[in-house]
Write a protein that binds this ligand. Structure first.
Ligand SMILES: Nc1nc2c(c(=O)[nH]1)N[C@H]1C(S)=C(S)[C@@H](COP(=O)(O)O)O[C@H]1N2
Ligand SMILES: [Mo]
Length: 327
């Protein structure tokens, strides 16, 4: 990548925004790359360092080896934060995962029966050859990296976490969709015996299903996520595999996916089907467009409880605004 990404106006130097441990970790990482001298500003050096990182293939375990050997994955320095990383325990006890509970503090208490391994991923629809594979085989074959992303729930709380994942673009290349594929949809698990609210909340159309345009999923930001805070995803965050699309409201980041289907037409989505006036297919973060029941102008940061302005595309306009320029 020869393109030099300009620093966005709202960014502050990461050394001011991140906890000391993260700052030190980053120093170590730069040192490993022989770049410790270049400082911490975002510039050509670091962008190129990102490329070097992507190319420095991590050792892969033999089939069946402990997938934990892949963690922590190397951090992609192209993605920086304007706020502190959310405390891990807080992020893991304040969850939207309606298969278990509609109460955020209850999810962590109800996930014990859920068995995210072994787990098969199915790829179907408009692809050269539909297939199924074990999630850990998939993880071992494709490149893993860590990214610091902001996360903005449609309910107006926000967090910032280090995800580990495979660029969705790489996964799509691997899946080999046909040229007629214009959308990707996901389907999450259906296991009422392991997920109590799938039994109780029968008014929802389980399993959870989501969808995105192909140009959104091949955008650099879309991350097929398998880890968080430097280790495999715990159940509460959607083990073993989920999507993260940080420029969209949180519900587009579907958890615990079992199927990806490539389709020709825009697919229905879970929340749009529940309340079409409240949740659109695209659901891009937009401070100017209020939810019918509340403003989206500001957000509450988990942990500090500070209220800060919400940014268009959750601050990721530089990556994705052009996808929507033609309406
Ligand atoms: N399968 C599934 N995925 C889901 C949800 C859900 O209820 N079920 N909730 C969504 C919402 S509203 C948010 S804000 C995020 C929360 O992710 P986290 O708990 O990892 O922070 O997951 C999203 N993905
Ligand atoms: Mo959300």
């Amino acid at each position: 990548m020869t393109h030099i990404r300009r620093r966005r106006g709202w960014e502050i130097p990461e050394s001011q925004a991140t906890p000391e441990s993260v700052y030190l970790e980053r120093r170590r990482f730069l040192k490993a790359l022989g770049l410790a001298g270049v400082g911490l500003t975002i510039g050509a050096g670091l962008v190129r360092a990102g490329d070097a990182l992507a190319q420095a293939a991590e050792p892969r375990p033999a089939d069946g080896a402990n997938p934990k050997a892949l963690y922590p994955a190397q951090r992609n320095p192209a993605f920086t934060l304007d706020r502190a990383i959310t405390d891990e325990r807080l992020a893991a006890t304040y969850n939207n995962f309606y298969e278990f509970s509609e109460k955020k503090d209850q999810v962590a208490k109800l996930v014990d029966k859920f068995q995210p391994r072994p787990w098969q991923i199915q790829v179907t629809g408009l692809v050269e050859k539909p297939f199924k594979m074990d999630v850990d085989d998939l993880i071992a074959r494709l490149p893993l990296e860590e990214r610091l992303y902001r996360h903005r729930c449609v309910e107006a709380w926000a967090m910032a976490v280090p995800w580990t994942g495979i660029p969705m673009k790489k996964f799509i290349e691997f899946a080999r969709p046909l040229s007629g594929a214009r959308f990707v949809r996901s389907v999450s698990f259906l296991r009422p015996e392991q997920a109590p609210n799938q039994k109780i909340a029968t008014w929802y159309k389980w399993p959870y299903y989501e969808g995105w345009r192909m140009d959104e999923m091949t955008n650099e930001l879309a991350l097929l996520t398998v880890g968080i805070y430097g280790h495999p995803l715990p159940r509460v965050h959607g083990a073993p595999i989920r999507i993260v699309t940080p420029w969209k409201y949180g519900y587009k980041s579907a958890k615990s996916i079992v199927t990806f289907e490539f389709v020709k037409n825009q697919p229905p989505t879970f929340w749009h089907d529940v309340a079409p006036d409240e949740y659109s297919f695209l659901s891009n973060v937009d401070p100017k467009k209020p939810h019918p029941r509340w403003s989206q102008a500001t957000e509450r940061l988990l942990g500090t409880e500070e209220r800060v302005p919400t940014l268009p595309y959750n601050g990721y306009g530089e990556w994705v605004a052009e996808l929507y320029a033609k309406g």
